[in-house]
Design a protein. Structure first.
Length: 235
């Protein structure tokens, strides 16, 4: 097991956003969190990456309690967060964005190998490497955000709404790449409104409603569940 979240409680002032949530992500697994806007999905990712502090509960990564660790220590351990909205450096070139992703790494030869790897995964980024982030299309920016996470040396990537605002053809390409990097051994925790796409590539999924998990199952079973199909797949 790579990630274990135990009885997680998150609060914003007096509002409880997440209540007693527990789930797991194993090595080389894609797990998706599904639910309506405001269900607490993004808050869970922010808690795992150290951006917000839990009110209660614990988070373990490879057996280490990371509940109170600062963000940079969590990144060093191998958890990398690709936030909603991509979060690239618009005023830096593509290659500079990738180099920023490796800021905490000291193995420069391995970093160069990882940059070459992401250029193989995302050929368009090789072509755009001297362009500024702001000049990229939405799909290219999402590719850059994922590529930067890979260069950071992540073992577990937290992906928050990777399809947001993208054309269907670009979404399909992005999800093919997510599935490919998972097949190469990377673990992924995916928050995604496009339930169709998420369940196609995920191994397991959890359904959240108003901050609590109401259903957990394999992705294939969730995709066949009639109540899930009606609520999230528009059928």
């Amino acid at each position: 097991m790579m990630l274990k979240v135990c009885n997680l409680d998150l609060r914003y002032q007096q509002i409880q956003a997440v209540k007693g949530v527990s789930f797991e992500v194993s090595k080389a697994e894609i797990v998706t969190l599904l639910g309506a806007n405001g269900a607490g999905k993004s808050s869970i990712l922010r808690a795992i990456s150290g951006l917000i502090r839990p009110f209660g509960g614990e988070i373990f990564f490879e057996g280490i309690n990371i509940t109170r660790l600062p963000c940079h220590e969590i990144v060093k351990l191998g958890i990398v967060h690709v936030p909603e909205g991509r979060g690239i450096f618009a005023n830096l070139k593509v290659i500079e964005n990738l180099e920023m992703g490796s800021f905490l790494r000291r193995d420069k030869k391995a970093v160069r190998q990882d940059i070459e790897r992401v250029f193989t995964l995302f050929p368009i980024l090789r072509q755009r490497q001297n362009q500024y982030g702001a000049t990229l299309s939405g799909g290219e920016q999402q590719m850059l955000a994922i590529a930067r996470a890979l260069v950071a040396g992540g073992k577990l990537i937290l992906l928050d709404e990777p399809s947001l605002g993208l054309a269907p053809r670009v979404v399909e390409s992005i999800f093919q790449i997510i599935a490919r990097i998972n097949r190469e051994g990377l673990s992924i925790l995916l928050v995604e409104q496009n339930a169709h796409q998420a369940l196609e590539i995920a191994h397991r999924g959890y359904i959240l409603e108003t901050g609590s998990i109401v259903l957990a199952d394999t992705a294939s079973n969730l995709a066949k569940n009639q109540s899930i199909r009606k609520a999230y797949l528009g059928e």
